[in-house]
Design a protein around this ligand. Structure first.
Ligand code: NAI
Ligand code: MG
Length: 360
């Protein structure tokens, strides 16, 4: 019996999450086998929108019950949540957002690279030219439940939505982004702002960024308003390395970055962590993709790569590195799903990465 046993809660959720999570598990197990540790998976297959439609909650017994259950695990390995028939704000706020908040997972780290074998949609870009790390604030900001509706459904209908920026929340994400930027070869951090239009929270964000950067004299910095940042990410992606952003801006940038680097979001992983805590949540950037669910064509790389991020966070660095190498090899060999211009199925890609992990 290996001495290290990782206890992981697997929550495939909805749609293609049910297809990609098994591939992620397959590859993590192959890495565990090679590097001499064990992963004990507990499957929460009924935490779905289907369950919501039947009972009124995604987690049987409600999300508070779910959070109590999840406390017993080293990590959560999630597919995606959301399905037509259940409003997207309901599904997101009945599972993912409460988990991020209950466990204080304030950093959503989302890397995007152009890998060998994956066609970059931008002309004249070689593998390695684009290497981005989006660091998104994950528990406050624009995604807040503060606000409300009055006179709903009448001509006087009003919606008010407040954004929450606390010094504690802003400082810790900016500081963590500086730490990550410092650990990367370029040592460069960009702040995404919009302090021209959003005149309270964003000047505050800029103030904190400028104060904290004094602690990191070895890290080069700049800042862009989010609109021109999006444009520059397309025209000059090599200008950027690590980017720190609020919850909403980071969400947008982390779909844009893999689209620019790799032609789509199917390869993009993410970690939701508190760097000081063991329990994190690891999930691909993409959602449940109802348009392709059930065809066996979903790209499992984002999920598999999220498995590598999970193992790295749990201290299994060699296993995580082997998964990254195996992904690069499989893609370079042309074993790809249709979104990347290949012909392989979800499970063929998963099998190829799992086999490669054993030796690469
Ligand atoms: P989506 O990411 O599910 O799909 C967007 C487009 O990308 C679709 O055309 C889809 O086919 C394609 N795509 C996504 N993942 C892919 C993969 N692995 N391989 C190949 N193609 C892929 O985003 P959308 O359509 O906005 O949302 C669908 C549902 O997912 C909604 O209910 C939404 O709320 C939910 N969602 C959940 C997220 C989460 O659980 N973290 C994140 C984003 C959306
Ligand atoms: Mg998103």
């Amino acid at each position: 019996m290996p001495s290290t046993v990782l206890k992981i809660a697997a929550v495939p959720g909805d749609g293609i999450g049910k297809e990609t999570v098994p591939e992620g598990i397959k590859v993590v197990d192959a890495a565990a086998e090679r590097f001499g540790f064990k992963v004990e998976w507990t499957h929460f297959n009924d935490w779905t929108c289907e369950n919501y439609a039947k009972t009124g909650t995604i987690v049987p017994g409600g999300i508070d019950e779910g959070i109590k259950i999840l406390k017993a695990y080293d990590s959560i390995f999630l597919g995606a949540v959301g399905w037509p028939g259940v409003a997207d704000h309901i599904s997101l706020w009945d599972l993912l957002i409460p988990i991020r908040r209950a466990f204080g997972l304030f950093a959503n780290v989302r890397p995007a690279q152009n890998l060998p074998g994956v066609r970059c949609p931008l002309a004249n870009k070689k593998p390695g030219d684009i290497d981005l790390l989006i660091v998104r604030e994950n528990v406050e900001g624009e995604y807040s439940q503060v606000g409300g509706r009055i006179y709903q459904g009448t001509e006087d209908d009003i919606a008010i939505q407040e954004a929450i920026f606390t010094r504690r929340g802003v400082d810790r994400i900016i500081r963590y982004a500086f730490e990550l930027a410092r650990s990367r070869p370029k040592k460069h951090l960009t702040s995404a702002t919009k302090s021209n239009g959003i005149i309270h929270s964003m000047p505050f964000w800029d103030e904190r960024f400028n104060a904290i950067k004094k602690e990191y004299p070895d890290v080069k910095t700049n800042q862009f308003h989010i609109d021109i940042l999006c444009a520059r990410l397309v025209t000059n992606p090599e200008w950027f390395d690590t980017i720190v952003a609020s919850n909403l801006f980071g969400d947008i940038l982390s779909d844009l970055a893999p689209a620019v680097a790799a032609g789509g979001i199917g390869v993009a992983p993410s970690s939701n962590i508190n760097p000081k805590e063991r329990l994190g949540l690891f999930e691909p950037v993409h959602g449940s993709a109802p348009d392709i669910y059930g065809k066996g064509i979903a790209n499992p790389i984002g999920q598999i790569s999220s498995g590598a991020m999970m193992l790295r966070h749990l201290g299994q660095t060699e296993a995580a590195n082997a998964i990254d190498r195996a992904i690069a090899k499989v893609l370079a060999d042309g074993i790809k799903t249709g979104d990347l211009g290949g012909k392989s199925s979800t499970s063929e890609v998963g099998d190829a990465v799992a086999q490669s992990v054993a030796t690469v």
